[in-house]
Design a protein around this ligand. Structure first.
Ligand code: AMP
Ligand code: TRP
Length: 330
């Protein structure tokens, strides 16, 4: 597998505390965060983004702590990188407003994720439309050069670059233009039951998503029941075999070999599914175990976050103030 990170680069990424972490989040983003962590890496739980859809306050509170515990369990080391909560660093919301004033309604309303989410509800929140501007603020406040995210965030990254360039042209060179970094395999993990749709926290068929904290028996059942095709010929081909290709990419991401090499080892779906189930169970078990230990001590989690919030604010504050001053705020 190619090395995709230059660890001397400033990195920022975020994850919403809007549900339990699934293997799409893990393989598409979080595994990369762990591999690329260094003193220049900033990772945040984007609780403000979670408010763009209806969520119970009590659930958001719990899920935010769950999310921090999951990230630590997955391998983020707060002695190495900075892990913080978006809403605890007020500059995110403040810069978001400034950037809203250099973004257009047209470009925001063209975002695919906005259109999909807005289509599913009547009277959607304005925050759903402005969501990518807040994401741009998250990234630009840290002068991030690299943003490790799944494939679904490409468009938001492009918007961030456009907004940053527009700002710099109009008000002066304040922001670094970031680049999205996507994993070589499993950058878009699909729903196991509906391989035309991405695995998602918000909409998912009961057997469609594998969660990092799933019990082994559940993982096995979901993989065995994953939708494939009737050919029983193991070939990596997204066009004609999306279900199987999704399984091969998941396999590839956990194992490190290419999907084609893995495909060449099997002559039928049964053995492939059975080996994949073993691999996924073995890979996730240590994370689930660490999660349970960590989650039983919310005070320790809180201490990690407070430390991270403080470090994050020290970087974000000066950038915010430069941006505000450049726009004419006194
Ligand atoms: P979210 O849960 O929407 O906050 O996403 C957190 C991170 O996981 C982002 O970098 C997403 O791009 C990534 N992600 C979410 N769903 C998937 C998926 N099905 N496949 C790959 N990456 C994903
Ligand atoms: N929009 C991202 C998602 O849904 C989450 C996110 C918010 C993010 N802010 C970010 C990702 C900054 C990378 C950088 O997946």
């Amino acid at each position: 597998m190619p090395v995709i990170y230059d660890v001397s680069m400033r990195i920022l990424s975020g994850i919403q505390p809007s549900g339990t972490m699934h293997i799409g989040n893990y393989l598409g983003a979080v595994k990369q965060w762990v591999d690329s962590q260094n003193p220049e890496a900033y990772y945040c739980v984007v609780d403000l983004h979670a408010l763009t859809l209806e969520i119970e306050p009590a659930a958001l509170r719990e899920q935010t702590t769950d999310c921090v515990a999951s990230l630590l369990a997955a391998g983020l080391d707060p002695e190495v990188c900075t892990l913080f909560i978006q809403s605890h660093v007020p500059f995110h919301a403040q810069l978001s407003w400034l950037l809203e004033c250099v973004s257009s309604y047209g470009e925001l309303s063209r975002m695919t994720q906005f259109k999909e989410k807005a289509d599913r509800q009547e009277g959607y929140r304005v925050g759903l439309l402005t969501y990518p501007v807040l994401m741009a603020a998250d990234i630009l406040l840290y002068s991030a050069q690299q943003v490790p995210v799944g494939d679904d965030q490409r468009q938001h990254l492009e918007l961030t670059r456009n907004v940053a360039e527009r700002f710099n042209n109009r008000y002066g060179e304040i922001f670094t233009i970031p680049e999205g970094v996507h994993p070589p395999a499993a950058a878009r993990v699909m729903d196991l039951q509906e391989p035309s749709r991405k695995m998602s926290k918000s909409i998912s068929s009961p057997l469609g998503s594998i969660y990092v904290l799933d019990e082994p028996a559940e993982i096995e059942k979901k993989i065995k029941k994953a939708v494939t095709d009737t050919e029983n010929e193991v070939r990596f081909d997204w066009e004609t075999k999306p279900g199987l290709s999704n399984l091969l990419e998941i396999f590839s991401s956990f194992e490190g070999s290419s999907p084609e090499v893995i495909a060449s080892r099997y002559t039928g779906y049964g053995a492939l599914k059975s080996d994949l189930a073993t691999l996924v169970i073995e890979s996730l078990a240590p994370i689930a175990e660490r999660y349970r230990e960590l989650r039983s001590d919310p005070t320790a989690i809180n201490a990690v976050v407070l430390h991270g919030d403080d470090k994050a604010a020290q970087v974000a504050g000066p950038v915010y103030r430069r941006a505000a001053a450049a726009m004419g705020l006194i």
